[in-house]
Design a binder for this molecule. Structure first.
Ligand code: PLP
Length: 390
């Protein structure tokens, strides 16, 4: 075939190759569905799980492999798998490790969509689940049966922020040979190391601190054991859970500043939690780094930092309408889910509708995610909105 083509073809099959000597601070962003093999033999012999080459965009690109390596290092793990959201990463773990007749154990303060997945999806496929009290290691131990194949742990618990005896929970599961997956979104690999606590699997919603921009959804699953990694990776591939290079690029750009941001969120959140704790309308502050918060001693024994997230209980004497008015009166705090971005967020939670089997905390729970605004401005905003409570 001649190399002289119609212009239309020439624009697609152009012979020019830029010089290969490019080096710069940001890593390259490689995008593909199709990956080109040098010959048919390479196409036949390449195995995507080995990560020694590329097979198809969904199975990984230089950009996603690079992010995976950096995240594995952050956690002190060896292998990492990226999924299109934190919740998809949880699904990856559940569907890889559980089958018909198996049971899953979840803390009763687990990230709510995770328990919803168990109740609405896993249950239909013959996978049962039970909740354990994360503040009671003996309760977890008592609930483990021969059918238990996976225990999720989370520290602190979503929304109510109790910090458990992680190492104790992990040991109870390990004593029965049950795998433990840690949702380490809050710790972000910075407050404590999941593998130091004995977890087999460390999952993150990269959507939060690793992104830092409130602009990308992604999740990761890090492991140390190669056989376990391959079990997870095969199901990940079979489910089609790859991520786009442009999304991975956002996380790669944000990772270098994550520790600085995390500690800034931490310092501001502690200052504002202490401020709210001094207000007469607030009956309890739920922030694991503050004395008096459930599990504070476990936090102190486990962590060197905290995320910028906490909840408060407002006096039960207030009506739900007054609590909504407080939330609506905030100006800098925006009303919305998620956390880890530059903008402070607030969400009023109806605990009764979320936690069937836990003792309700008295009062109204409001959760704050502290962003990167000046602390004095955030404090003034809280003070003016507290007036709406009366
Ligand atoms: C946000 C979050 C998730 C899910 O992450 P998405 O990317 O929003 O799906 C899972 N666990 C915890 C603790 C979270 O905060």
């Amino acid at each position: 075939m001649s190399d002289t083509h119609d212009l239309t073809t020439g624009l697609i099959h152009h012979p020019y190759q830029p010089p290969a000597t490019w080096d710069a601070v940001p890593p390259g962003v490689f995008k593909a569905s199709t990956v080109i093999f040098p010959n048919a033999a390479a196409l036949r012999s390449r195995v995507y799980t080995a990560k020694t080459g590329y097979t198809y965009g969904l199975r990984g690109t230089p950009t996603t492999y690079l992010l995976e390596e950096r995240l594995a290092t952050l956690e002190g793990g060896r292998f990492c798998i990226l999924s299109p959201s934190g919740l998809a990463a949880i699904m990856n773990v559940n569907l890889a490790l559980l089958g018909q007749g198996d049971e899953l154990l979840l803390p009763n303060n687990v990230y709510f969509p995770s328990s919803d997945m168990a109740a609405a999806v896993l249950a239909r496929w013959g996978i049962s689940h039970q909740f354990y009290d994360p503040m009671d290691v003996a309760d977890l131990a008592a609930k483990i049966s021969d059918r238990t194949k996976l225990v999720w742990v989370e520290a602190p618990g979503s929304v109510t922020m109790e910090f458990p005896d992680l190492a104790g929970l992990v040991a109870a599961a390990r004593a029965r040979g049950v795998l433990v997956a840690l949702d380490n979104t809050w710790g972000a690999g910075l407050a404590f190391r999941g593998f130091d606590q004995g977890a087999d699997i460390v999952m993150h919603a990269l959507t939060k601190y690793p992104s830092g921009g409130a602009d990308v959804l992604m999740g990761s699953v890090v492991t140390r054991d190669e056989a376990l990694h391959l079990r997870l990776l095969k199901v990940h591939g079979q489910l089609g859970l790859g991520v786009a290079a442009n999304d991975a690029e956002f996380i790669l750009r944000s990772l270098p500043t994550m520790a600085l941001r995390y500690h800034a969120h931490d310092a501001a959140a502690r200052a504002l939690a202490e401020f709210l704790g001094r207000q007469p309308q607030v009956t309890q502050v739920l922030h694991p780094a503050l004395p008096g918060s459930p599990g504070h001693a476990h936090w102190a024994a486990t962590c060197t930092a905290a995320a910028g997230l906490f909840s408060v209980m407002l006096d039960a004497a207030f009506t739900p309408a007054q609590v909504d008015a407080f939330v609506d009166t905030l100006r800098l705090f925006k009303i919305g889910y998620s956390w880890g971005g530059p903008v402070s967020l607030v969400v009023p939670y109806d605990l009764g509708s979320m936690r069937a089997d836990r003792t309700a905390l008295p009062g109204h729970l409001v959760r704050f995610s502290i962003g990167l605004e000046a602390v004095a401005d955030l404090q003034a905003d809280l003070a003016q909105a507290l007036l709406a409570l009366g």
